[in-house]
Design a protein around this ligand. Structure first.
Ligand code: ADP
Ligand code: MG
Length: 554
């Protein structure tokens, strides 16, 4: 190498870097693989996935966001699609798979355009416009409704094909009742609905409790099992003496000192219990620990106490009973106490639960969800959460759409008309967006064992007549989804399209990827990476150096 031509390194060694077409190729591939992974779970006929974590714990699910969360994705672009699913989960609670497969398909369509020589910026721009237009079209095809009948349909649609299939009517009733009960001025705080899942009985045994249920028992069996007219103290303060082993050293010189010391400790505990008693409390929920000795004194006073209560439970008790969480026991007064008509302990299957009922604020409720086994109950809980999400969205927005692929086909149809009005290459991007949306009916058809091309052709034709035509996945016919009662909140579709488009746009704009040492963002051959089998190859922490196959940094 001649003088003056020494290589200049601006990045640390082992940093991996991909630029231009290569960066796009890698990111698009990662997104596509991710979408491919969850695709088979879409719709009532979707299959489930079994995920086993490093501890051997098993999750069997059909829920997009749960799959992605459990998979522990590390590729940065793929992670962005996981974010899409999480946003969808937070904003609506349903439609996570839909959002991810639309995003994956947008990337796939973009790749075709890039190969044709369309610049990614143009594609991103076209996608943005198309997404805006899609929202408009969605508004046009939405129906205004939030009556109980519609809420039931929305809940059932969200649960169809999930573990809850057999009891979906019953569960839909529970969900609609629960959500309607916590509604306040047209808004719903989903945190006010707590699901307590207990295995060992059929789903049909599930029910609503007007109050709070926590999965804890009394701290001591000699305490009362049931307290009427409960006066509740909430403590974030340990009712125990400080642990001397860790906190201090003392030297005792004669046995009487030891005796005095123990008595002093006892006195401290007795003072604390006295403090609680004099406040007028007859039930204590303590977020920290309670000493055995303290338990003994509390029992003697007839006070029911629960220790190490979860923070989230404490929050709900605060809200429902009007109690105030006290962080220093010396500050506890009668004013800090909450009230409940009755607090009692009850054993259901192998779980001992504490029920807090007849509360001041009846807006906090619990659903006792039964399932025959742990995994069934868990998957049922996820279905129930989806249903709570869609029912809440429907009450809040009062706008619904038909499901079964109907809205996607209709939006695609109208987007193509819109594309005709746009000139230049952006038109191609808008058409590509339309094509990408049709991945939803295509996948619904595929998962139902139907020929997706035939179904799509029939669907497009049917949409010349009505915007509500979708796939009856159970017998393969094209039917009016509105009449069939397959109804979803508008927000599910709105959010899915919007966040999918934003994620695709963001990924397309990346033309330079610089990854710190140890992170390999490359992807192996496409063939290696089909489906789940290939996930291991994606950007793991393999420490592969990442320099292979890329132009030297000079
Ligand atoms: P997501 O995570 O996106 O909610 P799902 O597996 O719940 O995925 O599937 C949702 C899709 O299934 C939606 O497009 C919805 O319209 C469709 N769907 C739900 N019930 C039916 C039904 N009875 N017939 C046809 N399609 C349905
Ligand atoms: Mg769903």
């Amino acid at each position: 190498m001649a003088q003056g031509q020494q290589p200049i390194f601006i990045l640390p060694q082992n940093t991996s870097r991909y630029v231009g077409r290569e960066a796009q190729r890698i990111n698009i591939l990662a997104g596509k693989i991710l979408a491919e992974t969850v695709r088979t779970t879409l719709g009532p006929k979707g299959m489930d996935k079994m995920l086993v974590d490093s501890l051997g714990d098993i999750v069997i699910t059909n829920d997009g966001v749960t799959i992605l969360r459990e998979m522990d994705i590390s590729h940065p672009a793929a992670k962005m699609l996981v974010e899409v699913a999480k946003t969808q989960e937070d904003e609506v609670g349903d439609g996570t798979t839909t959002a991810v497969i639309i995003a994956g398909e947008l990337l796939k369509e973009a790749e075709k355009l890039i190969e044709m020589g369309v610049h990614p910026t143009i594609i991103a721009l076209g996608y943005r416009n198309a997404a805006l237009k899609a929202q408009e079209i969605l508004e046009e095809i939405s129906m205004e409704a939030s009556d109980r009948d519609t809420l039931m349909k929305v809940a059932i649609t969200a649960m169809t094909g999930k573990g809850s299939e057999r009891a979906k009517e019953k569960l839909a009733e529970l969900v609609v009742d629960a959500v309607m009960q916590v509604e306040e001025d047209g808004e719903i705080d989903k945190d006010n609905i707590n699901i307590q899942r207990i295995q060992g009985a059929s789903v049909n045994e599930s029910r609503i409790v007007n109050g709070i249920v926590i999965d804890k028992s009394r701290a001591d069996t000699s305490m009362p099992k049931r307290v009427e007219n409960a006066r509740i103290a909430l403590l974030k303060y340990p009712i125990e003496v400080k642990d001397l082993e860790t906190d201090a050293k003392i030297r005792l010189t004669d046995p009487s000192q030891m005796q005095a010391f123990i008595e002093q400790e006892e006195q401290m505990i007795r003072d604390m219990v006295e403090k609680i008693k004099s406040s007028g409390a007859n039930v204590v929920f303590c977020q920290k620990g309670i000493d055995d000795l303290a338990l003994h004194y509390l029992s003697r006073e007839g006070i029911m106490a629960l220790k190490r209560v979860k923070k989230s439970d404490i929050k709900r008790i605060e809200k429902a009973t009007g109690a105030r969480l006290v962080t220093n026991i010396d500050d506890l007064t009668a004013e800090d106490l909450g009230e409940a008509g009755v607090i009692y302990e009850k054993k259901i299957f192998d779980e001992v639960l504490t029920f807090i009922e007849e509360c001041k604020d009846p807006k906090a409720i619990s659903i006792i969800l039964r399932g025959s086994t742990k995994h069934v109950a868990e998957e049922m809980e996820r279905a129930l959460e989806d249903a709570i999400g869609v029912v809440a969205s429907t009450i809040e927005d009062r706008e619904v759409v038909a499901g079964g692929g109907a809205p996607e086909v209709e939006i695609a149809r109208k987007l193509r008309e819109y594309a005709d009005t746009i000139s230049g290459r952006e038109q191609l991007a808008v058409s590509a967006f339309a094509d990408a949306l049709e991945i939803v009916p295509k996948t619904l058809a595929e998962n139902a064992g139907l020929d997706s091309i035939d179904v799509l052709v029939d669907l497009r034709a049917a949409h010349e007549e009505s915007p509500y035509m979708g796939i009856d996945v159970f017998d393969g016919e094209i039917i009016d989804m509105k009449e069939a009662g397959v109804i979803e909140p508008q927000r599910v579709k709105k959010q899915a399209i919007q966040s999918a488009a934003e994620a695709a746009e963001m990924i397309l704009r990346i033309d330079d990827m610089i990854a710190a040492r140890g992170f390999d963002v490359s992807s192996k051959d496409e063939d290696d990476m089909e489906g789940m089998g290939g996930m291991g190859g994606m950007g793991g922490m393999g420490g592969m150096g990442g320099m292979g196959g890329m132009p030297p940094m000079m």
